[in-house]
Design a protein around this ligand. Sequence first.
Ligand SMILES: Cc1cc2nc3c(=O)[nH]c(=O)nc-3n(C[C@H](O)[C@H](O)[C@H](O)COP(=O)(O)O)c2cc1C
Length: 327
Amino acid sequence: MDTTDDFCLAPLRGVTVRTFRNLHALWFMPPDRAVAPFIPTFAGAKVKPILLKDVDPDLGQAVPVVPQVIGKDPEQLRTLLRSFKALGYSCADLNAGCPWPFVAKKGRGAGLMREAAAFARMLEIGCEEMPGGFSVKVRLGMDKPDLLLQRMELINSFPLREVAVHARTAKQMYEGRVQLEPFAAALAACRHPVVYNGDIRTRGDYARLKARFPGVTRWMIGRGLATDPFLIERVRREVAGEREVARLKGFLDDFVAASAEELYGPVSVLGRMKELWGYLHLSLRQGERVWNGVKICRTMDEYHRVVEGVFETFPGFVEDEALRGIE
Ligand SMILES: Cc1cc2nc3c(=O)[nH]c(=O)nc-3n(C[C@H](O)[C@H](O)[C@H](O)COP(=O)(O)O)c2cc1C
């Protein structure tokens, strides 16, 4: 049966930006919603409009979006949440999962989970400012996958909208296997709706996770969708349609054009396209060869030549087995 579960696009800084979200929705089946890449809190009372550009409704948001905050100062959080409210948002998400040592060591991102009092204060202010609409994105722990479970009583004590769990520790960064046993323990202990996140790359991955966690109805997908933009349609429908090369090409052409209008200069556009191809190539046959060609481009002319070459003699898409993320 086709699934009616809820699929949320994960925030990927530098990849799942507004232009990506909007054009993806134009060319492919979109996710039900998205959490936007994080916006850092800052000192001062005035929010610079450029910080909010990615989530500005006036610039067009084809996919319902929830803005995300990273930080550790409750009053700075309040300032940023108020600026979201001024844009019309009633939901926001707190990043308590970013694993980068220079973030986590300062008590931000995953580092927030280590400091119970600071974490509690952030959740308190979030729920106060966004009643019924505040959520948090966490990991299983720092070095070991047990910290989330220890924090569950605290997490349960706030009226959160949902809790998204990336089923890895911060130490694992984005690699190694997702840890489903500790995820199961956290799921059982959490009184809020839980969103599963980590390594969903095929319909099979989703089906295996759904069989193991039938009570979970919310799923967050990041890299899987950057790798295979057709993924939502392929995950949602029992019988997936064909992946059409023309749609992929159309989307990429639009993404280059829109990025050229949005960003300042070809270097930024090239950087953004390389970021995406770093994932996209994995879904193509001879992907490594394609990626080797794209990553050494120094100008947009070179980029266009390489990518036109890829579409002239299109190598085809890899089978799902080659993408599979969950055992
Ligand atoms: C390049 C990159 C940027 C990311 N940026 C964010 C971010 O801004 N906020 C956040 O909560 N998670 C961020 N993440 C984590 C993802 O949202 C997600 O939790 C992780 O990639 C696992 O899910 P996936 O296997 O479906 O990609 C980022 C991950 C990557 C690889």
